[in-house]
Design a protein around this ligand. Structure first.
Ligand SMILES: [Zn+2]
Length: 305
């Protein structure tokens, strides 16, 4: 079962899924850059329609509290486009954690996330289907981030809802896995984000060998890393048999990322990246795993005993 903003769906009904996205976001409080505000709802609608036309049927929207989460808007967008949208509970990373949660420990984070999962977000009655994106800083885990990740793991254990993370440029992935494993969060309910930005193949392989899911989720952000390099790494991981652990997405967070402003758009994975993989000989079966089957497994809520 997967929890969307319009209710529960069967995991078989998720369809082609973008595993890590943002439709409505405001990071300007910290980043001080108007490009990091997505608030044009008509624009969201048309960008999402492009995604649907390219074959996209579902989106995991990871804009949490502190990043400008607006779940009523996500529900409207889902109703208008028929794209399944999953929203989240969680906080991002230092310094994006909202003021009311400063100084919280793991149990306070867990309690808050469990409350949103069980009772809905604010007064909306809308339930989150994922805990995320919970993150760590570049090459370090700040004390508050450690409490946050462990709190997210505890909430996952209590509710059966999976955890998806943010790593900064792919770093600290294995440390995140270790923290979640120490709480016994199952490997098939952990998604370590932004691993396509880690240029150390050894580090990404170390994460893959634990059995968790990883995100190749900044596709098209060629200013961080060219997609050719993402494809080279991905082909290597597929040839080593890790194709059932990889999730794809584009992680758009800026006005300049939208098609209407000349950016890649939410459909870049389907329109450019997948054709490039096919050209390099990736089989249909593997493509279906990457786009459909892996997300269906990763984002399912598990019954806890
Ligand atoms: Zn993100």
């Amino acid at each position: 079962m997967i929890q969307t903003v319009r209710g529960k769906i069967k995991k078989e009904d998720l369809g082609i899924c973008a595993a890590h996205e943002h439709l409505s976001i405001d990071l300007s409080r910290i980043k001080n850059d108007p490009d990091t505000i997505l608030d044009d709802e008509a624009g969201m609608l048309s960008e999402l329609e492009h995604f649907y036309k390219a074959g996209g049927r579902s989106m995991i929207e990871l804009t949490n509290d502190g990043m400008g989460r607006d779940v009523q808007r996500l529900k409207r967008l889902s109703e208008q486009t028929n794209v399944h949208i999953v929203t989240c509970t969680g906080f991002y990373k230092d310094p994006f954690i909202p003021e009311f949660a400063h100084g919280w420990d793991r149990d306070e984070f867990a309690k808050h996330f469990i409350d949103e999962i069980e009772n809905g977000i604010g007064e909306t009655g809308i339930l989150p289907g994922i805990i995320g994106e919970v993150g760590t800083s570049l090459n370090e885990i700040k004390p508050i981030e450690k409490e946050l990740i462990i709190g997210a793991g505890k909430a996952s254990i209590a509710t059966g809802v999976p955890v998806t993370t943010h790593t900064t440029l792919g770093t600290m992935g294995i440390e995140q896995v270790d923290m979640l494993f120490s709480l016994r969060v199952p490997k098939n309910q952990i998604i370590i984000g932004h691993q396509d930005l880690n240029t150390s193949k050894e580090e990404v392989l170390e994460v893959l060998k634990t059995g968790v899911f990883i995100g190749f989720d900044t596709i098209g952000k060629n200013n961080y890393r060219p997609d050719e390099e993402r494809i080279d790494f991905l082909l290597d991981f597929v040839s080593r048999g890790f194709h059932k652990q990889i999730l794809l997405s584009a992680d758009l967070t800026r006005k300049s990322h939208w098609k209407k402003h000349g950016g890649p758009g939410y459909d870049i994975v389907l329109k450019e990246f997948i054709p490039a993989l096919i050209e390099r000989g990736v089989s249909d079966e593997v493509i279906q795993d990457l786009l459909v089957h892996n997300p269906a497994h990763a984002f399912s809520i598990k019954e806890r005993l």
